[in-house]
Design a protein around this ligand. Sequence first.
Ligand code: KIV
Length: 297
Amino acid sequence: MSQNEKITIDRLIGLKRGINGSGRRIAAITVYDFPFARLADRAGMDLLLVGDSGGMVTLGYDSTIPVSMTEMLTMSKAVSRGTHRPLLVGDMPFMSFASKQDALTNGGLFLKEGGMDAVKLEGGSEYADIVRALTRAGIPVMGHVGLRPQRAKFWHGYRIEGKDYRSARIVIEDALELESAGAFALVLEMVASEVAKVVTEKVSIPTIGIGSGPCCDGQILVLHDVLGLYDNLKPRFAKKYIDLSPLIISALSKFKDDVLVGKYPEKRHSASMESSELDKLQRVSKAEKDRPVVSEA
Ligand code: KIV
């Protein structure tokens, strides 16, 4: 696959299956706006997820529950305007796929209006029928098993899934059922590494891990964790590759200081009138001091 070729669903699956020696791991990241989507595309990401985590890291909600379809579509449109190569996946927000009809309507909007290539929905085998209905209607679906942040707030919080036999079996069954319902990939969130390995070996679609150990076919992180732009939640798997917050604060403080002492703007940041026009303006202003300059000139 060339560096510039659009990542389609077939190509993504091909990365797992290694068709014609093309196998390799998959790199994915969440994005929520135009400038970061462009940068993530330039960085060579395979898959961009417009995650409902955007509700927390860019809109300031304290969980993903309040995020609306309107907000998700606004973020999706901005992301799709900024990218060419990565596969784009829109995250279906809480209650947007509670019934088949809602799922079809809202999933369709991600493709028709949001410019996404596919949708993701959180949920295990109980959502198999909805995944089937979406894929039959031509809306590709990425599953999301293990920890489900949309439920964490009301249940047991953010905890690892698959630590005991019973919970491991649930994760494995969920993954298998979603695959047979037509999902083209699976996010495994906060699943014990051994269980993630079993799932990855059992399914023929790519597994994209977040906090699920090294054996998944790919990895995804939340952009703002990677860039040091969000410190409210610090999950164990989050890795800060750069700490942008102090750099941004320092740049903004310098701007503020320049404004306060009159160092900004400099001559090169401003435009001037032509001197003959300026003369005229000054002459007229002087002669007709009390009348509005613009309407008189
Ligand atoms: O919304 C999100 O950021 C996600 C990731 C945890 C995969 O669903």
